[in-house]
Unconditional design. Structure first.
Length: 585
């Protein structure tokens, strides 16, 4: 047989194999020359499922009848700021650029509000009630699948969210990574033992990957999917294509956020936050482990000075480094994002004694400071440290054990402004002469809302020649406080005493009540054990309450043998109260 005949046979075999895949597997329909209606094909569910499990790259093109049962959703929470939803078969219309809920015979919708547009079903970011972060979907009957060109499915679990400001490392940690970590734990998307994520992230914010994308990927094991990867143009102007998520989780917990940025009221700490050092330290330990950061050594007594290359400069930085090293006896290392990848900066700060820097996003790394360390935050002229406290609030969370000091430039002669810069970087030439004069002569930026106050921008982007003697005094004070806080540890989850056991009463010359110590007291390592006892006549309303030191007492006065009493007893360990046990005597 001639070589040409062999080639012809090979071509015929390839063509036959292509037709076989098109007919039986369906996912290659968009690549086949004959795009027949999917409804004309007879493909078993087991054949489709077998192909879905074959490990090919997501998303996989599937038979649309795989979605014939429709979508489902389960939501919890009272409003868009605290609501979290889990979807099955949540789809995205590439033609209409909207998410779609397919109503079918097997659809379940639990926990949806009566009006999911008031103002939204879910917030995609941990920053609450920001109108650029709202999530919602449109409804379609499953019959609308007949009008779809292709259906592609991302298998497994995915968490859909928005990065709030992915170019700013403070926002990356505060608004994205820390809430992500605890949302995944809460939703069962991360193993509680080894913190291994079981879901892939999907960023719907529309931003490009950005310089910190590797940070998200290294912490959560997969490169996140970007919005552009699910919004490609449809193959047909008349027909739609759907990209669906087999299991999609939407809604970030905001219980770990400690700061609000001033959208409705001037910026400041989140009121009544329950966040403590324990949550922060568990997260920072996770980050360090994922990055393979080295363990700190006893010899790691050094100071890290955050270096800036373009704005908010310390004009006498070299003198500051030299004199601080002399005054404290500690090495001073200068570091910034221009010289170090974020992993190295985290490792450096994690083992440092002091972190110093101008108010700016890199001070978020103070969350990695060890117990017994110090944060010294520097502020340019006319910036009041009391008005801008994200990092002060962070290191003063209960149990952090980090001393905090702020330095403020009080002298305009030590300040260099940049009135000709772009407005976003503090320029003011676009303003009227009167507005420029007001800003240049003001001695303090008044409190303001986010995010483009020209007075604030001009002052925060100033360069500063810092007053080194006053900084040395603050360092001396803070380092003394560090010595006192070295023994502090993050607050532990409280251990509650169990019920008292064997509660018993006798009616001899009054009322004798006795009980046994809670069985778990021996594990609580405490001598502060007391008991609270309440008594009430079974037919009466009045109570008598007692605090006792022993596991029994005889009450004689005021108790009659002819009456019955209900008695409650519980254990107190310091201020921690156990549950009541009761008996009728």
């Amino acid at each position: 047989m001639a070589v040409s005949d062999y080639l012809a046979l090979i071509v015929m075999a390839i063509a036959a194999w292509s037709q076989y895949r098109c007919y039986f597997l369906q996912e290659e329909l968009s690549r086949c020359s004959e795009k027949e209606e999917l409804g004309n094909k007879v493909v078993s569910q087991s054949e489709i499922q077998e192909h879905l499990d074959d490990g090919e790259e997501d998303p996989q093109i599937v038979d649309r009848r795989l979605l014939a049962g429709g979508s489902s959703v389960w939501c919890s929470g009272s409003n868009n700021t605290d609501r979290m939803c889990q979807f099955h078969n949540l789809c995205f219309s590439q033609k209409h650029k909207e998410f779609v809920f397919l109503s079918g015979s097997k659809s379940i919708a639990f926990g949806l509000p009566e009006n999911p547009f008031d103002p939204a079903l879910v917030d995609l970011s941990s920053v609450p009630n920001h109108n650029t972060q709202y999530f919602g979907f449109s409804h379609l009957p499953v019959a609308a699948l007949e009008d779809t060109n292709t259906v592609a499915v991302f298998r497994g679990k995915h968490l859909l969210m928005n990065r709030f400001n992915p170019s700013n490392i403070m926002h990356v940690f505060h608004d994205d990574l820390l809430p992500l970590f605890y949302t995944m734990l809460q939703s069962g998307l991360m193993a509680k033992g080894d913190f291994k994520p079981t879901a892939r992230l999907v960023f719907l914010d529309g931003y490009p990957a950005g310089e910190f994308m590797d940070l998200y990927a290294s912490l959560f094991n997969y490169r996140p999917i970007l919005r552009d990867e699910i919004t490609s143009d449809s193959d047909s102007a008349d027909q739609d294509s759907l990209v669906c998520f087999e299991e999609a989780f939407v809604g970030l917990s905001n219980v770990t956020t400690w700061y609000q940025y001033g959208f409705q009221v001037p910026q400041g700490p989140v009121p009544n936050t329950l966040l403590t050092a324990r949550e922060v330290r568990v997260f920072t330990s996770f980050v360090r482990n994922q990055m393979g950061a080295r363990r700190c050594e006893a010899s790691d007594d050094y100071i890290v000075l955050i270096k800036r290359e373009s704005t908010r400069l310390i004009l006498n930085e070299m003198d500051l480094v030299t004199l601080v090293a002399q005054g404290t006896g500690l090495r001073v290392l200068t570091a910034g994002l221009e010289d170090y990848p974020i992993k190295d900066l985290i490792e450096l700060v994690s083992c440092s004694k002091v972190l110093i820097g101008m108010h700016g996003s890199l001070l978020i790394l103070s969350m990695f400071l060890p117990v017994g360390s110090m944060l010294l935050e520097l502020f340019p002229y006319a910036i009041n440290p009391d008005y801008y406290t994200p990092y002060k609030t962070l290191v003063q969370l209960p149990g952090m054990g980090v001393a905090y000091r702020s330095w403020r430039n009080w002298s305009p002669d030590r300040s260099v402004g940049h009135p000709d810069a772009l407005p976003a970087h503090g320029g003011i030439r676009h303003l009227s002469r009167q507005e420029q004069k007001q800003i240049l002569t003001s001695q303090e930026v008044p409190q303001h809302l986010c995010c483009s106050n020209p007075d604030w921008l001009y002052r925060i982007y100033q360069d500063t020649a810092v007053d080194i003697p006053s900084i040395l005094n603050l360092l001396s004070e803070g380092l003394q406080e560090c010595q006192q806080s070295r023994t502090e540890i993050a607050p532990h989850f409280p251990v509650f005493p169990s019920k008292v056991g064997g509660i018993h009463c006798d009616r001899v010359k009054g009322l004798r009540v006795s009980w046994q110590r809670p069985w778990n007291i021996e594990y609580m390592n405490t001598n502060e054990v007391r008991y609270e006892l309440w008594t009430q006549e079974t037919d009466g309303d009045d109570y008598k309450a007692y605090i006792l030191q022993l596991e029994g007492y005889t009450f004689s006065e005021g108790y009659e043998d002819s009456k019955s009493y209900r008695v409650w007893v519980r254990c107190l360990v310091g201020s921690i109260k156990g549950p009541f046990s009761s008996v009728v005597c």
